[in-house]
Design a protein around this ligand. Sequence first.
Ligand SMILES: [Zn+2]
Ligand SMILES: [Zn+2]
Length: 386
Amino acid sequence: MKGLILDAVWEPKPDYKVSDWEKATGKAITGNSVWRYPNLEVREKADPQLKPDQILLAVQACGVCGSDMHSYETDADDYILYPGLTKFPSILGHELSGKVVEVGRDVTDLKVGDMVTVEEMIWCGECIPCRNGYPNHCTHLEEIGFTIDGGFAKYLAIGAKFAWKIDGIAEHFGDEQKAYQVAALTEPTTVAYNAMFERAGGFRPGHFVAVYGAGPIGLAAIGLAEAAGAGKIAVFEISAERRELAKKIGADHVYDPAEVTPHEVLMELSRGEGFNFQVEAAGAPHLTVPEMVKSLAINAKMVQIGRAAQNVPMYLETLQVRRAQFFGAQGHSGHETFPNVIRMVASGRLDLSPVITARYGLDDTVAAIAKATERKDGKIMVLPNA
Ligand SMILES: [Zn+2]
Ligand SMILES: [Zn+2]
């Protein structure tokens, strides 16, 4: 079958200490410190072999993620930019939906023809964090499209327990192709849902919500905030195209942070009371967190979704005076997150379909990722079996 394979050279930076675990597994914990000279190419690879507990999917739609861009873009020394867990060569792509075309002999709850979307995090279910109910912190984690083959391919074999049926979405749209494309947005949406509602415990209807960054995760956060009854949603985003998308999804006020000072805007919009729920989806906390801290309502919550491996100064006195909390979040598995997002989309209360701004065939996946690096699109979809 065909797939978008990322190849790179294992060449740890001189100051990076490779652990014994990394040596034994061939996985880099901090990808951008290890993988050099990436090469992305759509080419033939052997069909996946189905294990007894797996299903085989004909991938119908797979979204381009910021992390795919960061495995394509390099620093001045030709290292990839993506800082996460990685093992190459692998087929990229982790935001997908597909049709079940074969089931392993131990699979009981899915059948050929089922329409599903899947989790990206392949949690083991047996390590201590998994057994304690924290699959997003699995110590034996594999990630599709990062450490094992992903969805920019004709087919994907994946454990049945990671698949969620999307019948409700198909019924809502009455159009299989549209349903698959919208369902492929489930993965990034669950990342925002997990951060906002599982980790940070959500907000009260009527609360004022600020979202920093309106890339695909920020747009999902805006849609979720709207559906959950925010009293006002203010968004800061440098791209004019994305500001327009933010408005379509439910933002009440959008600003270019290069032209305003966010905390001043938020204090004005709230008549001096501050914003109750502040979402970092820009991956620039050194810029956004100081703004959040100056615009907190009493009892405010801040949640970090964007990834940024850096120290950020935070004025803690304000957290005390405003009785505020800061939450870190990663992942999307467990905690009813996938089924709840699917329900919201199936009910029509969460409509992220305007977020999809371009579609490509599998052969043009490299061009799709290059287009994404312009950072003007919402979500770009690759349709491997169209
Ligand atoms: Zn992603
Ligand atoms: Zn585990």
